[in-house]
Design a protein around this ligand. Structure first.
Ligand code: KIV
Length: 288
């Protein structure tokens, strides 16, 4: 059996100065591809609400939605560490609620860690999960589950006060036992400063090159999700166009009879065919 990446491996990458490339995955097939490509950490992000389910934001995503996708990803990821995102209101009501939902991701979903959004207000919850052996990744800066409270998709920590608050939050998460922390939409110099202050790896998305690692939404980097393209997403492929061309060609070939050919068809024993043709009521069209 292949060796699974652990949170210690991820933390060692920071101490050894090796940058960490993380990607989202929402299904078995993409998890297989990313795993085989050597991506060490996969995030089953609640961004699947937009990318896979067509919601406007992450708020409608439920534990049921998440578990469905976490199970698919963990079936495909044999090597990568799989982090399951705790959806909106799945960890806010009490530490008990958080514990029971996080445990489902590990027990039923097969994930190795969970992620939750927020700083000092969730530190006690983090401590509780970690005490029960559940690895937790934090998430600071722009936290999508608070999109309404934050007044939209905006870069966070731009004033000295907000930046100092973020540093306090980051230190609280580290102290509570998070093994890593996502920094989303954070000015690059601030993210670099946080990365220097923290012993745990920072994983940036729209947070510049000074982070210890990066995470991207797979469908953004592959050019598959085109409803909204954030400034921080680099397009490594244009798969929406590739798929559009492929299906248009398929439809055209079906229309004009170019698909399927013999190559994509199954043959039959000639003698069986002749016997069938010989039977009184049966008139086969094949061969005219
Ligand atoms: O849900 C998600 O994909 C995330 C990343 C943006 C970090 O939380």
């Amino acid at each position: 059996m292949e060796k699974r990446i652990t949170i210690r491996d991820i933390q060692k990458m920071k101490t050894q100065g090796e940058k960490i490339a993380m990607l989202t995955a929402y299904d078995y097939t993409s998890a297989r591809i990313l795993d085989a490509a050597g991506i060490p950490m996969l995030l089953v992000g609640d961004s699947l609400g937009m990318v896979m389910l067509g919601y406007e934001n992450t708020l409608p995503v439920t534990m049921g939605d998440m578990l469905h996708h976490v199970k698919a990803v963990t079936r495909g990821a044999r090597h990568a560490l799989v982090v399951a995102d705790m959806p909106f209101m799945a960890y806010h009501l009490s530490a008990e609620q958080a514990l029971s939902n996080a445990a489902r991701f590990l027990q039923e979903g097969g994930a190795q860690a969970v992620k939750l959004e927020g700083g000092r207000p969730v530190a006690e919850t983090v401590r509780r999960l970690v005490a029960c052996g559940i690895p937790v990744m934090g998430h600071l800066g722009f936290t999508p589950q608070s999109v309404y409270g934050l007044g939209g998709y905006r870069v966070q920590g731009k004033t000295a006060e907000a930046a100092a608050e973020m540093l306090e939050d980051a230190l609280a998460l580290e102290e509570a036992g998070c093994f890593a922390v996502v920094l989303e939409l954070v000015p690059a110099p601030l993210a670099q400063l946080l990365s220097q202050h923290l012993g745990i790896p920072t994983i940036g998305i729209g947070a510049g090159a000074g982070c210890d690692g990066q995470v991207q939404v797979l469908h953004d980097m592959l050019g598959l999700y085109t409803d909204f393209v954030p400034k921080h997403a680099k397009r490594y492929a244009d798969l929406a166009a590739t798929i559009g061309q492929a299906v248009a060609q398929y439809a055209q070939e079906v229309k004009v009879g170019q698909f399927p050919t013999e190559k994509e068809s199954y043959s039959m024993d000639e003698a069986v065919l002749r016997e069938l043709e010989g039977r009184s009521k049966l008139r086969l069209y094949a061969g005219g």
